[in-house]
Design a protein around this ligand. Structure first.
Ligand code: HPA
Length: 276
C-alpha cells in the first residue's frame, strides 16, 4: 500500500510524465458536481485513477477519478476530476498526494474548485464566490510529520494563501470574495456550528480544498479557490434539510458559469505571460 510519500510520488510522476504532451502550467481541480469543466480541455489525454500507480481513488459521489492532460485556450493544463477527501478515511498525506504530483510537474497556478454551504446570507445558491482566505477546522494539517525537504520548508507562510493577482482578476469580473471554513465532515454542520463559524469570520463552509491549498502554497504554487454555493448552510432556512443530491445538482447547474470564469482566468494568465 502506498504511503503517499516522496518515493511513491516519484514513481507516480514518472508514470504520468509518459502521457504529457504539453508540460502543464495550470492545474484545475474539480469539486462536487463541477466535473463538466473537463469539456474545456482541448487535445486531451485522459488517465484513470485506477491505472495510475499509488493514486488514491475517490469513493465520494460526483468524483470520478480522472486526470485530463491538454490545453485550455492554448495554455497547457492538468485537470483533475475526483479529489479525495479526509472524510473518506484517507490520511491528509493521501488527500494531498495529487497536489504534490502537480507541484512536482512544475505547475505554477493551482485552481481549486469546490461546492460549499453559505453562511453569508448575501450569497445565493448557484453563485460562484472566490476564496480570499480560509480557516482550517479539520483538526489536522497535511504537513504534519517528518518534513519532506524536497517538497517544502517546515513552516510555510500562508499570508497570501489565495493569490492576490488572481483575486483581483476575479474582482474585475464581478465575483464576490469570501472566507472558507473547512470542516472534516461527512455530516453537515449543525445550526449552532454554523452560527459559530459566522462569528469566527467564515462566509462559506465545506469539507475539502484547505489541505490542498496548504500543500500547494507550501510548494510555492499560486492558488485560486472558486466555490460554488450549493446551499445555504444548516439552520439559515430552518425548514430546509441538506442533501448531497442538492449539492451535486446545483453544482452541475453552475458548471457553465464556472467554466466561463476559468477560461477568462486562463486568458488573463496567458496575456500576463506574453507581457513578461
Ligand atoms: N456544509 C459543508 N459542506 C458542504 C455544504 C455544507 O452546507 N454544502 C456543500 N458542501
Amino acid at each position: 500500500m502506498a504511503g503517499y510519500g516522496y518515493e511513491d510520488a516519484l514513481e507516480t510522476l514518472s508514470f504520468i510524465k509518459k502521457f504529457i504532451q504539453y508540460p502543464p502550467k495550470t492545474a484545475i481541480v474539480a469539486g462536487s458536481g463541477l466535473a463538466d469543466i473537463a469539456d474545456l480541455v482541448e487535445d486531451s489525454v485522459t488517465l484513470y485513477a485506477k491505472d495510475i500507480p499509488n493514486w488514491p481513488g475517490s469513493t465520494a459521489p460526483g468524483h470520478a477519478g480522472r486526470i485530463i492532460l491538454g490545453r485550455i485556450h492554448g495554455r497547457p493544463v492538468i485537470f483533475f476530476q475526483g479529489r479525495v477527501h479526509y472524510y473518506e478515511g484517507y490520511t491528509m498525506k493521501a488527500v494531498t498526494f495529487p497536489t504534490r504530483i502537480i507541484g512536482m510537474l512544475g505547475v505554477r497556478e493551482y485552481i481549486a474548485t469546490n461546492a460549499s454551504g453559505s453562511i453569508n446570507t448575501s450569497y445565493a445558491a448557484g453563485e460562484i464566490v472566490a476564496l480570499k482566505d480560509h480557516i482550517n477546522l479539520m483538526g489536522s494539517n497535511p504537513l504534519i510529520g517528518i518534513n519532506v525537504n524536497e517538497w517544502n520548508e517546515r513552516f510555510p507562510d500562508m499570508t497570501h494563501a489565495y493569490d492576490p493577482d488572481m483575486l483581483s482578476i476575479f474582482s474585475e469580473i464581478g465575483l464576490k470574495q469570501g472566507v472558507y471554513a473547512a470542516m472534516s465532515g461527512p455530516s453537515f454542520e449543525t445550526p449552532a456550528e454554523i452560527r459559530m463559524l459566522g462569528i469566527l469570520g467564515a462566509d462559506l463552509v465545506g469539507m475539502s480544498t484547505v489541505p490542498e491549498v496548504i500543500a500547494a502554497n507550501a510548494m510555492g504554487m499560486k492558488v485560486a479557490g472558486l466555490s460554488c454555493v450549493a446551499n445555504m448552510a444548516a439552520g439559515i432556512h430552518p425548514d430546509h434539510r441538506l442533501t448531497a443530491q442538492e449539492v451535486l445538482e446545483v453544482g452541475s447547474q453552475a458548471a457553465v458559469k464556472l467554466a466561463e470564469i476559468i477560461t477568462t482566468l486562463i486568458d488573463r494568465l496567458n496575456q500576463k505571460q506574453n507581457q513578461e
